[in-house]
Design a protein around this ligand. Structure first.
Ligand code: AHM
Ligand code: MG
Length: 335
């Protein structure tokens, strides 16, 4: 089956049969995400040349308007999914409401909807620090052939059929799951091909890294404060190392490889935290569980939350299983 250095294209074809709904549609969908990721990667890599090619709002030498990178990424992902006539609906962090797609196919048989955060880690975009794309895929719940409705998007994370991210880091990687483990592919920019570099990725059950914006410490719930103090205590393999990039995809990616916990809890400033359930937390939770990790809101499984709004926020704790469970223990203790 899968082997290292296999290209993503080969991997998709070889693994298509093992996916329980084998229409080829999901494979085409992952393929178009792969294409859009390459286009966005090219643009992200040019971001450092901003003084030379102009900033957002300027007109470039070809007379084209320079776009902000997150707007650019949003356009590219939506355009690619639309053009390839693959999905029946898209929701994005950058769009107020969902987009219904009229298939060119007369029978309009498209079954999948995609939720996407086209460029996450906005505070890192202008400073040459890793950012990422996050995506989540569901089968629609309304009848095929009719326009999508909000019900197609407000599904529990446990209903996801695929999820993944692209990290635009020192290398660009696409990491995804279709419910049969997590595989990571690294882009060779010279030839524009993704290769399987990280087969069967898994969180170590325990870790020694904690990732949280400690500037918000005084606003955190007592359980989180106690857990942070626990991380810092001198005992056994503690104190843990604190690492926070401020880019969910990059923090998650590092923690999955090395073992760690990511936290964006609620605070007295934001009662549901900051991160969005449908296109940030659920896809990362699906990946985490598929990689033997865990994702929680501090008390309950993220993927069991019944969504009520497209842009809903939830507290998000995710990472190595034992670490997340330890945090939950601290939360319960002060409930
Ligand atoms: P964004 O969608 O505006 O980019 O916000 C999401 C990002 C996450 O990637 C990151 O983990 C978090 O916000 C950082 O937030 P903060 O700067 O408050 O620590
Ligand atoms: Mg985001």
């Amino acid at each position: 089956m899968s082997r290292k250095n296999q290209t993503l294209g080969e991997f998709i074809i070889e693994n298509q049969a093992s996916f329980k709904y084998t229409s080829g549609e999901l494979s085409r969908l992952i393929n178009s995400i792969r294409l859009a990721a390459k286009v966005v990667n090219h643009e992200v890599n040019k971001a450092g040349l901003v003084d030379i090619i102009g900033t957002a709002g300027d007109t470039n030498i070809q007379g084209e308007d320079q776009q902000k990178l997150d707007v650019y990424a949003n356009d590219k992902f939506i355009q690619t999914l639309k053009n390839r006539n693959i999905v029946c609906g898209i929701a994005s962090e950058e769009e107020d409401t969902f987009i219904s797609i009229n298939s060119r196919d007369e029978n309009n048989q498209n079954k999948y909807i995609v939720l996407i955060d086209p460029l996450d880690g906005s505070s890192n975009i202008d400073v040459n620090v890793s950012v990422g794309t996050i995506f989540s895929v569901y089968r629609r719940v309304t009848p095929v052939g009719t326009p999508v409705t909000i019900d197609d998007f407000l599904q529990k994370g446990s209903q996801q059929v695929a999820a993944g991210y692209v990290v635009y880091g020192t290398s660009t990687m696409l990491v995804y799951t279709t419910g049969d483990g997590v595989n990571g592919f690294t882009l060779n920019p010279a030839i524009g091909t993704f290769y399987l570099s990280h087969p069967r990725m898994e969180f170590p059950v325990d870790g020694t890294i904690y990732s949280v914006n400690e500037g918000n410490y005084i606003h955190f719930p007592q359980g989180v404060k106690n857990y942070i103090k626990y991380c810092q205590m001198e005992e056994g393999d503690r104190p843990y190392t604190s690492r926070y990039i401020g880019s969910l995809v990059s923090d998650f990616h590092r923690n999955m490889i090395k073992g760690g916990i990511y936290m964006y809890p609620k605070s007295s400033k934001s009662s549901n935290g900051k991160l969005r359930l449908l296109y940030e937390c659920n896809p990362m939770a699906f990946l985490a569980e598929q990689a033997n990790g865990k994702a929680s809101d501090g008390f309950n499984r993220i993927m069991d939350i019944d969504p009520t709004e497209l842009h809903q926020r939830v507290p998000f704790i995710c990472g190595s299983k034992n670490m997340v469970e330890k945090l939950e223990e601290f939360m319960r203790d002060v409930k």
